[in-house]
Design a protein around this ligand. Sequence first.
Ligand SMILES: C[S@@+](CC[C@H](N)C(=O)[O-])C[C@H]1O[C@@H](n2cnc3c(N)ncnc32)[C@H](O)[C@@H]1O
Length: 458
Amino acid sequence: MAQFYSPKSKKTKTLPQIIEVEASALDHQGNAVASHEGKVIFVPGLLPGESARVQLEKSKHRFAEGKVVKRLRDHPQRVKPHCSHFDRCGGCQLQYATAQAQREWKQAALLTLLSHRGGQSESEMTKGLAEPLSGPQWHYRRRARIGARVVRGQLLLGFRQRGSNRLLDIDQCPVLAEPLNALLPKLRQQLGTMALAGDIGHVDLVLAHEGPVVVLRVLAPVSKTQRRVLKEWAEKAGCQLLLHTDEGLETLTGAVPSALHYEIGQTASGEPRPMPAFLPGDFVQINDSVNRQMIDQAIEWLQPQPEETGLDLFCGGGNFSFALASLSKHLVGVEGVASMVERASARATELALTNCTFYCADLNGDLPDEAWAQRVDWLLLDPARAGAFGVLPWIPKLAPKRILYISCDPMSLAKDARVLTEQGYEMIRLGLVDMFPHTHHLESMALFVPRSRGKRRA
Ligand SMILES: C[S@@+](CC[C@H](N)C(=O)[O-])C[C@H]1O[C@@H](n2cnc3c(N)ncnc32)[C@H](O)[C@@H]1O
């Protein structure tokens, strides 16, 4: 008998185009969550407790997305966005709520996600919940990549517009560290007058211990005269200026720094901790104040002991490694970017940190047959957004007694927490890390220990 293909009918509930909803929470991407006739509706721009008339934009079987047409009731924590570019800039999403309320809702979203997707018990997580780590709500960003484009003869400098690839020209950014924010109008004034403007791909702004650094990504040769003009400008503006050409980095204000540095807080006895080294282009935690607190909390939660060996996976340039090494017998840091590993190793030698070794490896590959990939006392995981899925199969062999997971993506944390739980670990501490106030980014730290051990501690 002939078989006829008949597509499975997707029972998509038809909803009216405009509905009224009341939001009950924010999801982990900063969208309000509401419900209507049994369907979940995600609405950007609304806050929990607020009601609004909403236009449905995408309607799937179990959920829909809507756009606020008119807010009918505002939350008392709703505030006027501080930045004049907020309505159009894609950089921040949540400036219409107080920073305190953002943290409360992000924390609630984290708990919901970890219980729904990560198989964690909400009451157990609440028992081990730490106060969120937070710093100044403005001027916290110590690095940013600013897009550059010439449109109708005028240089635009800024971020992408919300929901678009187009560049929004900005004259200030209140989340940028003050010295970098102050450079924005000066940069525009100088570059805007130069023929070079059209050949600039982007501008990296970095605030290092050594001061503000500007890196111009240039896509064409830069003449001697242009170099002289830029050098004079940088000296006047009080920043280091580097050109990033196809050949690499070149500085216009002296020798190319072999490395810049950043501070990571103080030891328990009040001594400054050894500063990691980096170059523009390396990963660096964006928020200085929150980073220092993360390092303090990592030490408090991991409790490294002088006779113990620790493994810092996804170690970057040694942000956590240098602080933890001095409290441990031996520390191994592993990172995938070879140049960062070289910088971390060179810095360890410079600091005479002889118990600290760095290796380069792809942590999504098989467990390397290396001396370092053996039993350790504790493990720190600080993966990129994709999570630590590649490392999790190694955990039984490494058999750490404590695992500290630093997460920049709650979905990955939820997935990885589920695996760790299946491997016999339990999450005994959890805390929000407010690394990026006013944005939807949700960072967190979680501490896992073998289950029986955790029970004894509880
Ligand atoms: C979130 S950053 C953390 C870096 C460092 N712990 C810090 O606090 O500055 C993640 C790091 O993982 C590295 N990374 C990403 N994927 C990797 C992989 N497959 N193998 C090894 N390292 C990787 C990145 O280069 C980056 O340095």
